[in-house]
Design a protein around this ligand. Sequence first.
Ligand SMILES: Nc1ncnc2c1[nH]c(=O)n2[C@H]1C[C@H](O)[C@@H](COP(=O)(O)OP(=O)(O)OP(=O)(O)O)O1
Length: 191
Amino acid sequence: MFEEDPVDDLPAATLCHLVDGDDGAAGDGQPDGDDGAAGDGQPDGDDGAAGDETLLIHKKRGVGSDQWVGPGGKVEPGETVRECVVREVREEVGIDVLDPEKVGVFVYRSDDWDAVVHVFRATEYAGTPEETEEADPRWFPVDDLPLDEMWQTDREWLPHVLDGETFRGRFVYSDAEPQEVRIETGVAPSL
Ligand SMILES: Nc1ncnc2c1[nH]c(=O)n2[C@H]1C[C@H](O)[C@@H](COP(=O)(O)OP(=O)(O)OP(=O)(O)O)O1
């Protein structure tokens, strides 16, 4: 999968996909949103009809800005990828993810930025997502994601991650369009 990539030399980055189940608990003692609509800053889930929701951010700056993405960012020197994802989620939306589990990894090559991106899934968190300088958070039903406003390749792997599957991928972009896309699901997300 990554034979042609200098994976040891590429910068590392993280993404977090937080999934809230249908028990209304949200893991933090916070009440759920009461109007059934995504976008109230709280996960829905009281009736289970809409199924799980996931937290995305409308990214205000940096790689992937103006798109809906998972919170995350670049790994800092001396930091583990797990420490990075916890820090980035806190910085971008003001919550602490409590159980991040690495479920995927992909190599991203583009005209101006290459990276190994480590993808985490989490279900427990503390706090309430808030807008920051970097991000505007919103809960979306997992079966109604804003796919037209996401990375094209997110459309390929995110449903698997939200479903609890693992994956590895390699995505080559040029002029913001994917030129090469490889994905394997159900494999260990090592690297
Ligand atoms: N192809 C693709 N799909 C989905 N997400 C990403 C990619 N390529 C990527 O690089 N990314 C993600 C991985 C990271 O979460 C971000 C890039 O980091 P960025 O947000 O720019 O880093 P920060 O550390 O938060 O920002 P600065 O401090 O450098 O401004 O994109």
